[in-house]
Design a protein around this ligand. Structure first.
Ligand SMILES: Nc1ncnc2c1ncn2[C@@H]1O[C@H](COP(=O)(O)OP(=O)(O)OP(=O)(O)O)[C@@H](O)[C@H]1O
Ligand SMILES: [Mg+2]
Length: 250
């Protein structure tokens, strides 16, 4: 399996040198092609920081992050991120928000429009091009967030608590849709890294679950999930894993 992302001895501290807040400590991990990795851990253990380091929004204090063997320095082309609170611009329409995902790319105006309409169709947002975020439900806002991420055909999709702001039923539907996309070779990124505090969600969706300790976040366990899809969220195997992981975090 080819390695897409690699973190070597990554430590991230904030604050001053004499009184640092160590968010992440000595993280060694890699993500391979066609892997859906879930990252779980208690609040404040550095999950969001981990994603920001991977995409190059922030730099490690120590250690290195590699993308396809090349050191990540500055924001990484080829990756896209989905946020818990959607991060949409309220003054832009759905189409304009989604088009931001290919901002700076060399596409003609026509091609931009075609791409936007195609991805909106795929995300079930056909007909909402000219709507504003305030007119949409939470689930639809997150569809826009996903469309904005996927429009660039990212090789790596990073998701930070993507379903945590949604009501339970909407979250259930959107999880299924994300899994359908993941299993669709025409759309799927090479790798997905999903941060969540929801252990059930991680075990239900991911191929591997990385469990972080409370701050400073270190890798407590790296668990390969060998379960066929579609999975039954009420299966004994899922319950067993949720118990095991919850026990590590608590
Ligand atoms: N820009 C920053 N400046 C200073 N401290 C920061 C910064 N970003 C994160 N931290 C600190 O680093 C630690 C980890 O934060 P992070 O947001 O990565 O955790 P998290 O696991 O995503 O938390 P949550 O579950 O609440 O989303 C926290 O103590 C946080 O206060
Ligand atoms: Mg976070």
């Amino acid at each position: 399996m080819h390695q897409v992302i690699e973190l070597k001895r990554v430590t991230k501290a904030f604050g001053s040198l004499d009184r640092p807040t160590v968010a992440l400590e000595d993280i060694n991990m890699s993500v391979h092609e066609r892997e859906f990795v879930g990252v779980v851990g208690p609040s404040g253990c550095g999950k969001s920081t981990l994603l920001r380091l991977i995409i190059g929004l922030t730099e490690p204090t120590d250690g290195e992050v590699y993308y396809r063997g090349r050191r990540v320095q500055g924001i990484c082309e080829g990756m896209a991120m989905v946020f818990q609170t959607f991060a949409l611009f309220p003054w832009l329409t759905v189409a304009e928000n989604v088009e931001l995902g290919i901002h700076g790319k060399q596409f003609s105006k026509d091609e931009r429009r075609t791409r936007v309409l195609k991805i909106l169709e795929l995300m079930g947002l056909h007909g909402f091009e000219d709507a504003y975020p305030r007119e949409l439900s939470g689930g639809m806002k997150q569809r826009v967030g996903l469309a904005r991420a996927l429009i660039s055909d990212p090789e790596v999709l990073l998701m930070d608590e993507p379903f945590s702001s949604l009501d339970p039923l909407t979250a259930t539907h959107l999880r299924e849709e994300v899994l359908d996309l993941w299993l669709d070779p025409k759309v799927a990124p090479e790798a997905v890294i999903m941060v969540t505090h929801n252990v059930e969600e991680a075990v239900y969706m991911a191929d591997r679950v990385i469990v972080l300790t409370s701050r400073p976040g270190r890798i407590a366990r790296d668990i390969q999930l060998i379960m066929p899809r579609p999975r039954d969220p009420r299966s004994n195997e899922i319950y067993r894993l949720v118990d095991e992981i919850t026990g590590i975090i608590a």
